[in-house]
Design a protein around this ligand. Structure first.
Ligand code: SAM
Length: 356
């Protein structure tokens, strides 16, 4: 039995974290390093500078749950470091979210849970990484750009070598981008040997914009987005924070900018049941993204679920874990017939926006 309804809203972005299932070995449940003692969380020194502490105090006191979700996803990447190499994730996440997730992971491990908290974030990150690389390969050269909408604390420009010929553009709310720049500056000027990397992408541009306002595309264009360049649009953990009409507007705007180029859309969608995890935070959903996207102007829609062959990365072997159980049920089923729990699904979707 799981307890999704009892999660406080603040933890909902990592929304499968409190699931409790028993009976699986450590090796099966996400290949976490063997460590029977599970030591306390050790953070790097740069976390304790006054600047970093002050910034995270402001984040905790002043940001709403939507902006905070950026730190929560970074905490997932920081603590799944045995599969994701993101040296900046720790400083971007902040101690509070790291500690919260760490305690959940520890508890899951001690309880021999079938899923370890944060695995969904790890799989989602790796799925987007792999699809970005494949999309770049599919372009076969030429100038390319990667646009991250709702980029939050994403650091792909620093960590993916496949982006070396690609211009990266990050879009998020101004407060998020400002704080991120200051934290990255702190990390890069610290003596932490893991945080010395320079940008791997050809270039990185940050664009402060609100995706619910009509001016976000013009802002992008005046900051270096070139409609003629092959483009990968990444909408990771963003659509469900928008209202239905705003999410559709964003997708239509992307489709409308694809007329001149080869374009790949990568996005995750919650199904309707998932929005019950926090009806005050999650708004947009789609149970059938493959039907939603073509009328908006996209083609070649491919959909994966967590646990599918391109979306498990060796982290979800147990056939009885939540994700594999969900995959065995028809997608139209909204509640688990065994216990009535909502079938909360996250769809990982790839589509083409290229002119046919
Ligand atoms: C869950 S985080 C995901 C961040 C990043 N894509 C990742 O996966 O780590 C959601 C991000 O969307 C941003 N966001 C939410 N609503 C937005 C809006 N209307 N305009 C721009 N960014 C928005 C938030 O500030 C936050 O950084």
């Amino acid at each position: 039995m799981h307890h999704l309804f009892f999660l406080p809203p603040i933890t909902l972005q990592i929304y499968f974290v409190a699931l409790k299932f028993r009976g699986m070995s450590d090796k099966q449940n996400g290949s976490l390093p063997e460590d029977p003692t599970w030591p306390e969380l050790k953070l790097s020194q740069c976390m304790y500078t006054q600047t970093v502490k002050d910034i995270h105090a402001v984040i905790e006191n002043e940001w709403d749950s939507v902006k905070l979700s950026a730190c929560q996803t970074a905490a997932g990447r920081a603590l799944w470091k045995h599969v994701i190499n993101d040296p900046f994730a720790e400083i971007l996440a902040g101690e509070t979210y790291l500690q919260t997730l760490f305690e959940k992971m520890k508890k899951d491990r001690l309880n021999k849970a079938r899923e370890i908290s944060g695995v969904i974030l790890a799989v989602r990150t790796l799925w987007f990484d792999s699809k970005i690389e494949a999309a770049l390969d599919s372009f076969g050269g030429g100038e390319t750009q990667l646009v991250l909408l709702g980029a939050g604390m994403d650091t792909r420009a620093y960590r993916l070598s496949c982006l070396k010929h690609c211009n990266v553009i990050e879009v998020d709310l101004p407060e998020v981008l400002e704080v991120k720049a200051t934290l990255l500056h702190s990390a890069l000027s610290s003596n932490n040997e893991h945080c010395q990397e320079v940008i791997m992408a050809k270039s990185l541009t940050s664009v402060a914009a609100d995706l619910t306002h009509v001016d976000w595309l013009p802002r992008l264009q005046s900051s270096g987005f070139v409609p003629e360049k092959n483009t990968i649009w990444v909408l990771e953990g963003i659509l469900y924070y928008l209202s239905h009409s705003k999410a559709i507007d964003v997708l239509k705007t992307i489709a409308g900018s694809c007329a001149l180029t080869r374009t790949v859309l990568l996005a995750d969608f919650m199904n309707k049941a998932s929005t019950t995890l926090s009806s005050s935070t999650f708004q947009f959903y789609s149970d059938w993204p493959e039907d939603l996207l073509p009328p908006l102007g996209f083609s070649d829609v491919k959909l994966s679920q967590i646990g599918d062959s391109d979306a498990h990365f060796g982290l979800l072997h147990d056939p009885m874990n939540l994700f594999n159980k969900l995959r065995s049920l028809s997608r139209s089923v909204q509640a688990d017939p065994e216990n009535g729990a909502p079938c909360c699904r996250l769809y990982l979707v790839q589509a083409s926006g290229s002119p046919n």
